[in-house]
Ligand binder design. Structure first.
Ligand code: HEM
Length: 621
């Protein structure tokens, strides 16, 4: 997997005197001080010391070799954005630097690529320059997180982002022109405090304004410096969203539902911060970004990710795999190949864009290459064993996806008890969950075609891997409300799984959200100092009240029925799993160190929604 750095900067060795060219003051310029060293000056004010890596491809390539970086996507430094100037000046300046970037890339032996910049204060001009740059070979655009008073949710900027999606241009959002400069005059505070806040502001503005709802899914957008303070303060934002109508914005879903709409880079400079960031955003949303070659950048690019505790496949994604997707490199390569001569491009090797095929869309070759046996020579049944487990994991993924949407709908239903739509939608999605779980219960029979002796032939090779380590199964339990913190210990070796499960532990569960909704509807009441038993009884009585007033609460009763059925089916899953275990290994210990089937039998009493069952007892009283 190539290592790709998506956030680093360049400066041309020389450029014209922009102040003289436009007759306006305070333009940046470069002052060479000694061989290989220079200063950026803005007007007559010193801005930053830089060195030859900024303009010399040879120096860059040597340092990339030193750091094991295969490709850099370079962008101008934000001091050149010129958003506060007349559009034609900013456009001219952008053109100058965009062409200079391509000149530098041309000396980069295919390892240097670039993002352009645009005059974002003039949307038409910005769109035109973006289109020109994409044709000329840029991979996307770097934009500032605001244009004067306008945040990224400004309708003009949203139009521009739409255009980026249409042009298949990746977008890197960089903070600039930091807030409250009069309160941060010293100590580089605009960089250390202002920049993270600016970036967070950019993301929050896009979420709450519904910009992500309006923009197409195909928009590929990344926020620099790990997204600033966003990940760390997401909990605060989410809490405000749920509890203050005014903080709600006009987005369709709670903020945490938008994490799959954007990327962030890894420039956070602290392993715990990176772990938290990846735990929050997911391994497929964070990309290597270094801020090279500036003093605030990572000094040995990639060290933070390489020395982290993530498993090798996750590191591969962070170091380059995600960037390949973000930059749509497969498409870029295929268009370069087709431009390279062949009149009739080979459609079968074009995995993206217009030439989409069944196989490229579904990633069939990758999928079929994911079954690696431990037995050697491969035992015939090990393939079945792997495929059955992988299928379960895929369905677990879909269940998590749907249950997260159920949570979002029930939350919205609780926030607006007059509206019925969200309750119907929650019931509809829950029906899908029960149908999937029904399939999961049935699927064990396939594995039961494997003789116990055949399993024994390769079981020894699987230790200490165990179902206890199924991260998604535990996520499902935590999400539905069965939160047993002790189970986290099985995920200690995988930092990202651990962080994700810790997040699920903290977040309100489906159980919480369901009863919160009944509470806001006035169906559920208990005093703050009520004991756990009293609360449980109150919840069961709230459900009872729904069933007793069927005519008014058909929609909520439907949700209750679906939740009950889901609970029932998960118990069936547990039971069928135990039967399979006994059929294959009898009462032997598990590879995860438990007592095997006798341990698993203890889990049969677990229920996600015990109050729904209690209500049935109350109904018959
Ligand atoms: C030959 C087939 C299987 C055997 C012998 C088996 C055995 C076991 C055993 C003994 C345990 C207890 C933990 C331990 O000590 O390792 C366990 C847990 C688990 N297994 Fe399986 N298993 C099999 C197939 C499956 C399949 C197909 C799945 C599908 C995902 C699965 C998912 C799980 C899960 C999620 C747990 C944790 C359950 C909990 O904590 O409540 N197992 N398995």
């Amino acid at each position: 997997m190539p290592v790709i750095d998506i956030h680093n900067h360049f400066f041309p060795r020389t450029w014209p005197d922009l102040a003289a060219r436009y007759g306006t003051p305070s333009w940046p310029w470069i002052k060479h001080t000694e061989v290989g060293k220079a200063e950026i000056i803005v007007g007559d004010r010193f801005f930053r010391q830089i060195y030859s890596a900024c303009w010399d491809a040879e120096v860059r390539l040597n340092e990339m070799d030193r750091d094991g970086v295969e490709m850099q996507v370079l962008s101008a430094t934000p001091v050149l954005f010129a958003y506060e100037r007349p559009v034609d000046h900013a456009l001219d300046c952008a053109t100058l630097f965009n062409d200079a970037a391509l000149e530098l890339c041309a000396q980069g032996k295919g390892r240097l690529k670039s993002f352009c910049q645009v005059p974002l204060q003039g949307i038409d001009a910005a769109c035109k320059e973006l289109s020109r740059c994409m044709r000329a070979g840029h991979l996307g655009v770097q934009i500032g997180n605001h244009v004067g008073e306008k945040n990224l949710d400004d309708p003009g900027i949203v139009t521009f982002l739409h255009h980026c999606a249409d042009e298949s241009a990746a977008v890197l959002v960089h903070p600039w022109d930091m807030l409250a400069p009069q309160r941060m005059p010293k100590y580089m505070m605009p960089w250390t405090v202002g920049m993270p806040a600016e970036t967070q502001l950019g993301i929050v503005a896009m979420i709450l304004s519904g910009a992500f709802d309006k923009l197409p899914q195909k928009l590929r957008i990344c926020f620099a410096h790990g997204g600033g303070s966003f990940a760390f303060l997401l909990g605060r934002l989410e809490n405000a969203w749920h509890n203050h109508a005014v903080a709600h914005g006009i987005c369709e879903f709670p903020p945490s539902q938008y994490l799959n709409r954007f990327f962030v880079d890894s420039a956070v400079f602290d392993e715990r911060a990176l772990q938290f960031l990846v735990g929050t955003m997911g391994t497929d949303r964070v990309m290597l970004g270094s801020d090279y070659p500036f003093p605030l950048g990572e000094h040995r690019v990639g060290t933070l990710i390489r020395s982290s505790q993530f498993a090798a496949p996750a590191k591969d994604r962070l170091l380059g795999g995600n960037a390949e997707e973000f930059l749509d490199l497969a498409r870029e390569k295929s268009s370069a190949t087709s431009e390279g001569g062949s009149a009739e491009p080979d459609k079968t090797v074009m995995p993206h864009g217009e030439q989409l095929t069944y196989s490229s869309y579904l990633k069939v070759p990758e999928l079929l290459n994911l079954q690696h046996s431990q037995s050697s020579p491969q035992h015939h049944d090990e393939l079945l064993f792997i495929i059955v487990h992988q299928t379960y994991e895929l369905w677990f993924k879909e269940l998590l996806h749907d249950l997260d949407a159920v949570v979002a709908n029930l939350r919205a239903a609780g926030a607006n008890p007059q509206s019925r739509d969200e309750v119907y939608e929650a019931a509809r999605l829950l029906r899908r969950c029960t149908e999937i779980t029904r399939v999961l219960v049935e699927q064990f029979t396939i594995l039961e075609t494997m003789l116990p002796t055949h399993f024994m032939a390769f079981r020894g090779k699987l230790e200490p891997a165990s179902g206890f380590q199924s991260e998604q199964f535990r996520e499902l339990e935590f999400l539905c409300g069965l939160k047993d913190e002790k189970m986290l210990r099985y995920h200690r070796p995988t930092a990202e799984a651990h962080a994700l499960l810790e997040r699920r532990l903290r977040e309100p569960s489906l159980h919480d959200v369901f009863f919160d909704a009944l509470r806001t509807m006035g169906k559920l009441r208990f005093v703050d100092k009520a004991t756990e038993r009293e609360r449980f009884d109150a919840r069961a009585r709230a459900v009872l009240a729904l069933y007793r007033d069927e005519r008014s609460h058909r929609d909520w009763i439907d949700v209750c029925e679906r939740l009950t059925e889901f609970d029932e089916l998960v118990v069936s899953w547990r039971l069928r799993h135990i039967q399979l275990v006994e059929r294959v290994i009898g009462v032997r210990m598990g590879t995860g160190g438990s007592a095997g089937s006798s341990y698993l039998k203890l889990t049969l009493d677990k229920k996600f929604f015990p109050e729904l069952w209690e209500a049935r007892t109350l109904l018959t009283e």
